[in-house]
Ligand binder design. Structure first.
Ligand code: GAP
Length: 438
């Protein structure tokens, strides 16, 4: 028991270190921070935007652009309320909620360490019966607030794909199997948002609905699982921290006949990173029944009609970001000095190069350095200029934000047109000719 507490504290410390670096260095801030925050919301700063975009672009390239069988969509966040009635979300998208009769704190019943003890005030036996709390954010569309104008902020991007399935089939008539992909915001009124960006109320998803012939679902399920591992590898996540969990029948979502959760050893423990589900024809059949429109598909040259089945890989962007941040976070020592270094894979690093003149008070050095900076910026976009403090301090700053290369222009550069390039991970420095840079 004592040992467990120690492990928990270390884990909390690891998360604390990441949260603190994320804020200090401009990756991620508390949402509405200046007004005291808004629970479950987070804002991305300049480096966070770049990191998140690099991750989303990597996913987009691997799952959409590099494939011939993927059809992207970008559906509206607000959808007709019938979507959520048909999908089962209005009736069943709930978590069990308990309230403490002493302090009135509200908690998710299935996430309590001790189901009889209030984690806020410590009272025992003050929880009543759990009630089901619907997690969708409800709103009204237009100027009338009645039952007919009700809408919801979407709790998953998936339904925006299903509702466009017929449109895409009519426009493109793709051969089965084919997928439809979407990236975008999702909203859940989580009872207990927690653990930094891991469980938030506003987050982003990257989802694919992959349409297959009913008796061929297993082949596509296995192929997509392999693609998921390729993506996780490209994120630079160590394979020994990635685990597949075959979700047992009783724990699966109501629509799923098979689910594999990919779990990751986050600083908060082993938790779900993403999911892969076999959703059968559950969603298309629901749309067919509720909207009264056929969702059937006919294979070219054949007469038989059927409603395709669906495999769904569903990724949360924030969980990918959190896994990448925690995999990259490293503390080591350079010349007997402790340093923090974010060892992002080069293709995900928010800043690719940092360019500095050795000193800032020599105009000829600064001018040369500006030329190198402009040249690299044109090629790589995310290149930083830093002429503050001494070189050692600049290196530490760049290590903390994970910049793979620092380029320094010194007096020799004016003679030989070569610069010093310092490697983030090895801290080795090399002379490189400007014409060979980048
Ligand atoms: N369309 C299926 C679906 O939405 P889900 O397991 O509820 O399935 C998919 O969510 C992924 O979305 C999760 O694996 C996780 O990565 C992410 N996710 C879900 N709720 C989240 C939250 N409150 N905060 C951050 N990410 C979340």
């Amino acid at each position: 028991m004592v040992q467990l507490t120690v492990v928990m504290n270390e884990k909390n410390q690891e998360l604390e270190n990441i949260v603190s670096l994320a804020k200090r260095r401009g990756f991620i801030y508390n949402g509405s921070d200046v007004y005291g925050g808004l629970s479950g919301t987070w804002d991305y700063g300049p480096l966070g935007v770049a990191l998140k975009r690099n991750i989303m672009n990597l996913w987009w390239k691997m799952f959409v652009e590099d494939r011939e069988d993927m059809y992207p969509v970008d559906a509206a966040i607000l959808m007709n309320q019938k979507v959520w009635q048909a999908s089962g979300h209005t009736a069943t998208f709930t978590d069990p909620l308990v309230e403490c009769s002493n302090c009135h704190g509200r908690f998710r019943a299935d996430k309590l360490d001790n189901p009889n003890k209030c984690p806020t005030c410590g009272s025992e036996g003050t929880f009543g019966e759990a009630r089901q709390f619907n997690m969708m954010f409800k709103t009204h569309v237009g100027s009338t607030e009645d039952d007919t104008s009700v809408s919801y902020l979407r709790p998953e991007t998936a339904q925006g794909i299903f509702t466009n399935y017929k449109n895409v089939v009519d426009s493109f008539y793709p051969d089965l199997p084919f997928g439809m992909a979407q990236q975008g915001k999702a909203f859940r009124n989580e009872i207990s948002p927690r653990d930094f960006i891991f469980r938030s109320r506003e987050f982003e998803q990257m989802e694919i609905e992959y349409f297959v012939e009913p008796d061929k679902w297993q082949v596509s399920f296995d192929a997509l699982l392999a693609n998921i591992h390729e993506y996780l590898n490209a994120l630079g996540l160590p394979s020994d921290k990635i685990h597949e969990l075959e979700v047992p029948e009783g724990d699966r979502a109501h629509y799923s006949k098979r689910t594999i959760d990919i779990e990751y050893d986050f600083p908060i423990g082993r938790e779900e990173l993403l999911g892969l589900a076999y959703r059968t024809d559950f969603d298309l059949m629901n749309i067919q029944n509720h909207a009264g429109k056929s969702m059937e598909y006919t294979i070219k040259g054949m007469n038989t009609k059927f409603v395709p089945h669906v495999i769904e890989p569903s990724f949360g962007v924030e969980r990918s970001v959190m896994a990448v941040l925690s995999a990259a976070y490293t503390e080591d020592e350079v010349n007997d000095e402790k340093r923090i270094v974010m060892k992002f894979p080069e293709h995900l690093a928010p800043v690719k190069y940092c360019v500095s003149p050795l000193v800032r008070n020599k105009p000829e050095l600064v001018e040369k350095a500006r030329t190198v900076y402009q040249m690299l910026k044109k090629k790589h976009g995310n290149v930083m200029w830093d002429d503050n403090g001494n070189i050692g301090k600049r290196y530490r700053r760049q290590d903390e934000i994970g910049t793979p290369y620092c380029v320094v222009i010194d007096f020799e550069t004016l003679e030989d047109n070569a610069v010093t390039v310092r490697d983030r991970d090895t801290t080795e420095q090399k002379r490189v000719s400007i014409s060979e840079l980048g």
